[in-house]
Design a protein around this ligand. Structure first.
Ligand code: SF4
Length: 191
């Protein structure tokens, strides 16, 4: 059944996916500090971003009660990831994450939880306030918005390197002629 979920990730548009033991997933307090320095515009402005997202301590506790997860990635050209055109790519990752979560729950993994990539504020609510933060109950996109792995302290780079997948840190200084493609990575905690 887990292979079916992996295949579902590919069918939904992931470029690769792998089942991983949760023991392979490191959660480190310092990872969430990267959201604060340099300051991300979503820091403090989104219920799914630090310091409001589930804390690294709680994520460590949560992962300890699961055995396996599914990691998947979506590739995009570096030049796209350096512009506003990145947001439709991130939206696709949110959509795959949410759809996989629904699928996994429907086939018996009732505790499946998706963690996406980047900030739902940047993707879905860029020009409006975070309603979930304001109201405590009403997200504008409840069927799609999820915290990112990194917002909860998961060391995404370490996980990807341990999987043997290629990964590059893409920023404005990255030369697209040298690094052609970046990967956006998300996780479904399964059972
Ligand atoms: S998608 Fe939901 S949680 Fe994310 S910023 Fe919008 S209202 Fe807040």
């Amino acid at each position: 059944m887990k292979n079916k979920i992996r295949q579902q990730a590919i069918d939904l548009g992931a470029d690769d996916a792998a089942i991983v033991p949760t023991g392979m997933i490191s959660v480190e307090d310092q990872i969430v500090e990267f959201c604060r320095a340099p300051l991300c515009e979503s820091y403090g402005n989104c219920a799914h971003c630090p310091p409001h997202a589930i804390s690294p301590a709680r994520m460590r506790q949560k992962l300890a009660s699961y055995r396996q997860g599914l990691v998947f990635k979506v590739h995009a050209p570096t030049a796209i990831l350096q512009t506003e055109e990145q947001f439709p790519v991130f939206r696709k990752v949110f959509e795959i994450t949410a759809e996989l979560e629904r699928y996994a729950r429907s086939v018996g993994f009732e505790r499946a939880v998706g963690l996406a990539a980047g900030s739902c504020k940047s993707v879905f609510c860029k020009k409006v306030s975070c309603l979930l933060l304001e109201s405590g109950t009403d997200c504008r996109f409840p069927s799609l918005a999820r915290p990112s792995m990194e917002a909860t302290g998961i060391h995404v780079f370490k996980l990807i390197q341990d999987l043997g997948w290629e990964i590059h840190r893409i920023n404005q200084a990255t030369d697209p002629r040298q690094v052609h493609t970046g990967s956006i990575v998300a996780l479904l905690i399964l059972e």
